[in-house]
Design a protein around this ligand. Structure first.
Ligand code: ASP
Length: 457
């Protein structure tokens, strides 16, 4: 007999079915025991007569039984399977379980984070979290479907790579074969996606993992996922319009509402004046499932850091608006240069950002000059990009959308950890596996590394 999903039993009244799943609830009435069985598709009531074995929540079961209509007064209108039940003929408990460390039939917000993450594989059994993972998967599937329809290619880029500046610290990976040298994990696929444009790919996307060594906060880990895309021969307008139509498409597929359409556009200067920030919430009242998107444009390209040196505000690979190109090339009026940057905000969060890129080598070199790199540093750090752009690079631009944040907003979750399968704790420890961890002396030796004594040793 083939396995039936619980959801399918609705159309199988009178038939014998084979089900797999977990015990969700048990109601023992002596001669008759009712068990709620749950699988990925839903829940159903099992009816067992004269059952002598022992059942407890979250034992995995194999069940053979006959689907029956429930007596009228036992119908549960709240469940899709509420009009039926399964009369059990065979039941097999597939494994034992230890008592659960916490209950799973509530939302779980009140629990201690360390405990939740230590037992994340149990925490995820919670209905709320499984629904979050399902929605995230649907979101990514919808993005893929939309982008494939628009000729995009999905392409993976390396994880072991060279530093690419996005304004954070790099995670470094020591090389065993070239001791003393290090790879950097990507803060974003920025440089590779631009190289793909030089290669003639024209439309690239990737569900990309980005790693940034920033001080962890309650709601920020070291890694996150973004929909990363890049297009050739396009204007800023065309990229923004494509993203808008993708979001409208996703809203229909996933059932969320878009507050205002077309998305309002506001300059950075206006946003600062009106909201005192470059991210804001347009909604008059907060309603779950309503997403208020807006574009913010006209960001300054550069700003001064604490040491009074020029730094980029968003992305050093951007190009300025045409009218500022001359100033950029000459390194003049630096504070006034406006970038082609566009940020997408939603319900008070920044959910994406992108720009047109400096596709001419002299523009990119000018940016790095302003950032204070010497000609030699430009050559060693970014020579490969400047060279690649010198081979007829097409005009291009792109964007990245944060998948964690977008899913959290759609699901009405305030923390992105609720939509990440295995997030980190606030102190930067991984779920379940407790990394970072110490390594053996031999491993260090192989890498040509020696640890300094800890400060308090
Ligand atoms: N590289 C940028 C980021 O990761 C996005 C982009 O400009 O495409 O934020």
């Amino acid at each position: 007999m083939q396995r039936s999903w619980i959801e399918e039993t609705i159309s199988k009244v009178g038939q014998e079915v084979l089900l797999f799943g977990w015990v969700k609830k048990i109601r023992d009435h002596g001669k008759i025991t009712f068990v709620d069985l749950g699988d990925l598709s839903g829940e159903i009531q099992l009816v067992l007569s004269n059952f002598k074995g022992k059942l407890s929540p979250y034992l995995p079961l194999r069940v053979v039984g006959v689907v029956h209509q429930r007596p009228e007064k036992l119908i549960n209108p709240k469940l899709p399977t509420g009009k039926i039940e399964v009369e059990v003929k065979e039941i097999e408990v597939l494994n034992d379980t230890l008592p659960l460390p916490f209950p799973l039939n509530d939302k779980g917000y009140q629990l201690n984070e360390v405990l939740r993450l230590k037992y994340r594989y149990l925490d995820l059994r919670r209905h709320r979290l499984l629904e979050n993972l399902k929605k995230r998967s649907q979101l990514v599937e919808g993005m893929r479907r939309f982008l494939f329809k628009h000729r995009f290619l999905e392409i993976e880029t390396p994880l072991l790579t060279k530093s690419t500046p996005e304004g954070a610290r790099d995670f470094l990976v020591p090389s065993r074969l070239q001791p003393g040298k290090f790879y950097a994990l990507p803060q974003s696929p920025q440089q590779y996606k631009q190289l793909l444009m030089v290669a003639g790919v024209e439309r690239y996307f990737q569900i990309a993992r980005c790693l940034r060594d920033e001080d962890p906060r309650a709601d920020r880990g070291f890694e996150f996922t973004q929909l990363d895309l890049e297009m050739s021969f396009v204007t800023q307008e065309e990229i923004m319009n494509l993203i808008e139509s993708m979001i409208i498409f996703l809203s229909k597929e996933l059932g969320f509402k878009v507050y205002q359409q077309p998305f309002p556009r506001i300059t950075y200067q206006e946003a600062m004046r009106k909201y005192g920030a470059d991210k804001f919430d347009l909604r008059k009242k907060k309603e779950k499932g309503v997403l208020a998107f807006a574009w913010v444009t006209h960001f300054p390209f550069f700003e001064k850091d604490e040491d009074g040196k020029w730094t980029f505000t968003h992305n050093p690979f951007s190009k300025p608006l045409d009218e500022y190109e001359d100033d950029l090339l000459k390194g003049k009026n630096i504070g006034q240069i406006i970038a082609t940057q566009y940020d997408l905000v939603c319900n008070g969060y920044e959910v994406g950002g992108g720009s047109l890129r400096a596709h001419k080598p002299e523009l990119l070199a000018a940016v790095f000059r302003i950032l204070g790199y010497s000609p030699k540093e430009i050559e060693t750090k970014f020579g490969h990009m400047i060279k690649a752009l010198s081979y007829g690079a097409p005009p291009h631009g792109g964007i990245a959308l944060g998948i964690d944040r977008l899913t959290a907003i759609i699901q009405g979750e305030s923390s992105i950890k609720e939509v990440i399968a295995f997030p980190m704790s606030a102190s930067g420890t991984t779920s379940v596996m407790d990394a970072p961890a110490e390594v053996t002396k031999d491993q260090l030796k192989e890498l040509g590394l020696k640890l300094l004594p800890k400060k308090d040793d």
